[in-house]
Write a protein that binds this ligand. Structure first.
Ligand code: AMP
Ligand code: GLY
Length: 424
C-alpha cells in the first residue's frame, strides 16, 4: 500500500526508515519531510495544517495509510476531517480524533481527566481571567517552586517553573491577562512541583487493547548536567534502567489501564500513540503530561528496538485487533544524541552545509532540521539538525558509539551535549 507520513522531524525520518522495512509498503510519501527523508522516499511540500492539501495528496497518490507525526494537526482535527470524507472510509489513520487529542491540546482537560479517573498526578488548580485572585490564593498555599502551564499548545514553551512567589504571580498575570503565550495561556494550570526522575512511556492503542512500546528517557535541557533552557530534546536512551518489573507493573495498573478505560468511558475512540510523560517520585509513578503522538527524539531510540512489521502493527491498530499481533523488542540498549545549530533554542542561523562521512556503519543517522538546497547540497534547516542513534549490549557502549559517529559529521556551529546518559 501507499503510505503518507505527516511531519518533518527526526521522529518522521525514523518512522519512514521503519515503514520502509515492511514488504507491505509500496510507496512512501512524507509531507513535508526533510533532507533525510528525501533520500529514501518522496517528500511533498505542504503546510501540515492545510487539510485540503493533505486530502489532495491522499487522492493523487492513492494513499491507504496516514501516520500523523506531530500534535498540531491532531489537535486541530485532521483525523475527524479525513473521516468525514466518505471516499476515505477505508483510510487507515494513525492518530486520534480531536476529542482524543484534547489530552495534549488542553492541560486543564487532561488534569480533569486524570483526577476523574484517579490517576496519580500533581495537585493543581485551573485559572482564567474570571478567577485569577483565587489563583493567587492557591499559589500562596503552595510550596516553591511554582509550576505554571499554559492550557493550550505553546510549541513546548508553555511551562514555567518559578522559584519566587511574587514572580509566579506576575507571570500568572502575564500569561492570562497579557497573553504571554497567546491564546494558549488564556487559561493556566497551576501545579504542585514534583521532584523525581522523568521518563517517557509510549503506548499504541486500537481503543480496545494496547501495546506498551519500549520506555525511553530524554534530555530536555540545552546544557550539560541538565541545565539551561528547555529544548525539544537533546538526546534519549532506551530502555530506562530504573524501570524494573515492579515499577512497570505500577505504571500499567495505576496509569495505563485507567487512562485507556477512562477514554472508553468518555466515548473517545482512540487509535494511535499515547505518550505519557511520567515522573518517578520515590517508588511511585505520576503523570506529568499526556501527548497524543510519539516523542522526538524518543522515537529515534524506541523504533529501532521494535522488531515487528510496523505497517502490520498499524493495520492491526486500525482493525482493532492489536491484541492478535505479537512483536519482539530488541533487548539491546539504544542511545541517540541530537546535533543542533549553535544558538538553539534561541536564535540560530540555517543553511550551513552538512558533511556526513560515507563510512558510518555502527550508527543510524536520522535527520531533523535538514534540507536539500537548490544546488543539491544537504544543509541545516532548523534548530535540531541530526540525531545519531546506536544500538549496543550496554547503554554505555551505545552512547560511546554515537559519540564516535558524531566525529564523522560536520557543519558550522554544530553543538551537542556530551553527557547524554550521565545520570543513569
Ligand atoms: P510538560 O510540557 O507538561 O511536559 O512540562 C515540561 C517540563 O516541565 C516537564 O518535562 C518537567 O520537566 C517539568 N514539569 C512539568 N510539570 C511539572 C511538575 N508538576 N513538577 C515538576 N516538574 C514539572
Ligand atoms: N521529547 C519530548 C517530546 O517529544 O515532547
Amino acid at each position: 500500500m501507499n503510505i503518507l507520513i505527516l511531519g518533518s522531524g527526526g521522529r518522521e525520518h525514523t518512522l519512514a526508515w521503519k515503514i520502509l522495512q515492511s514488504p507491505r509498503c509500496k510507496e512512501l510519501f512524507i509531507s513535508p519531510g526533510n533532507g533525510g527523508t528525501e533520500k529514501i522516499a518522496t517528500n511533498l511540500k505542504i503546510d501540515i495544517n492545510d487539510f485540503r492539501a493533505i486530502k489532495e495528496i491522499i487522492i493523487n497518490n492513492k494513499i491507504k495509510m496516514i501516520v500523523i507525526g506531530p500534535e498540531e494537526p491532531l489537535v486541530n482535527g485532521l483525523a475527524d476531517y479525513l473521516k468525514n470524507e466518505s471516499m476515505f472510509s477505508d483510510l487507515i489513520i494513525i492518530g486520534p480524533d480531536k476529542n482524543g487529542a484534547l489530552l495534549e491540546g488542553s492541560k486543564s482537560y487532561s488534569k480533569e481527566f486524570l483526577k476523574k479517573y484517579d490517576i496519580p498526578t500533581a495537585d493543581y488548580f485551573t485559572v482564567d481571567n474570571c478567577n485569577i485572585s483565587e489563583g493567587y490564593k492557591f499559589l500562596d498555599k503552595m510550596k516553591k517552586p511554582y509550576v505554571l502551564k499554559a492550557d493550550g499548545l505553546a510549541a513546548g514553551k508553555g511551562v514555567l517553573i518559578i522559584n519566587d512567589l511574587e514572580e509566579a504571580k506576575i507571570q500568572l498575570k502575564e500569561m492570562i491577562i497579557n497573553n504571554k503565550f497567546g491564546k494558549a495561556s488564556r487559561k493556566v494550570v497551576i501545579e504542585e512541583f514534583l521532584s523525581g526522575i522523568e521518563l517517557s512511556c509510549f503506548v499504541l492503542t486500537d481503543g480496545e487493547s494496547y501495546k506498551i512500546l519500549p520506555m525511553a528517557k530524554d534530555y530536555k535541557r540545552i546544557g550539560e548536567g541538565d541545565t539551561g533552557l528547555n529544548t525539544g530534546g537533546m538526546g534519549a536512551v532506551s530502555p530506562v534502567p530504573f524501570v524494573d518489573s515492579k515499577f512497570l507493573n505500577k505504571i500499567k495498573t495505576k496509569i495505563i489501564s485507567p487512562t485507556l478505560s477512562g477514554l472508553k468511558e468518555e466515548k473517545v475512540e482512540y487509535r494511535g500513540f499515547i505518550f505519557i510523560g511520567l515522573i518517578k517520585v520515590k517508588e511511585e509513578p505520576f503523570v506529568i503530561e499526556y501527548n497524543v503522538r510519539m516523542g522526538d527524539p524518543e522515537t529515534e531510540v524506541v523504533f529501532p528496538r521494535i522488531k515487528g512489521d510496523i505497517v502490520e502493527i498499524f493495520e492491526a491498530t486500525h482493525n482493532q485487533n492489536l491484541d492478535k499481533v505479537n512483536f519482539e523488542i530488541d533487548r539491546r540498549h539504544a542511545a541517540t544524541i541530537m546535533l543542533v545549530s549553535g544558538g538553539y533554542p534561541e536564535i540560530y542561523k540555517k543553511g550551513f552545509e552538512i558533511e556526513i562521512s560515507e563510512d558510518i556503519d555502527k550508527s543510524m543517522i536520522f535527520h531533523a532540521g535538514t534540507k536539500i538546497s537548490n544546488s543539491g547540497k544537504l544543509v541545516t534547516n532548523g534548530g535540531r539538525v541530526i540525531s545519531v542513534t546506536s544500538l549496543a549490549e550496554t547503554y554505555n557502549e551505545a552512547i560511546k558509539r554515537s559519540y564516535h559517529t558524531i566525529k564523522k559529521i560536520k557543519f558550522e556551529k554544530m553543538y551537542y551535549r556530551k553527557d547524554i546518559g550521565f545520570d543513569l
